[in-house]
Design a protein around this ligand. Sequence first.
Ligand code: DQA
Length: 148
Amino acid sequence: MATIWVFHGPNLNLLGVREPQHYGSRTLAEINQEMLEIAKSAGLNAECRQTNHEGDLIDWIQALTPADFLILNPGAWTHTSYAIRDAISAVKVPVVEVHLSNIHAREAFRSSSLIAPVCLGQISGLGADGYALAMRYAIDYQIRREKE
Ligand code: DQA
């Protein structure tokens, strides 16, 4: 069954207590719960995962099937990981990159994403709402694909 995956990268397990001025006060569990509810109300299957280990994320991306969709917050790997970028290119699955904070309005190193060029698009700076918007886009995308 096609799945809308939500993968969160390093340190995002700390949401709620980590630098709330940048990342807000909602926990990862709360964000994931909302994602699952939005997908369920549209009759679609979604799953959420978080890892602090780059190889795990690469393995998960490689295991995606072409009918899947990925909502990805790569955390700091956004700015460093050619390996995650290559994994996304290799699987040709539609990906939306999400950041809670506005990566273009912070330290200079955060404003460049190695991942964005291999994604459909990027949502940055809208807090947890960015995930919900990405999920709504993913649902529309999957429904369109089912009709084709
Ligand atoms: C982040 C932005 C990254 O620069 C940072 O390393 C993170 C979180 C965000 O969601 O705003 O870990 O991806």
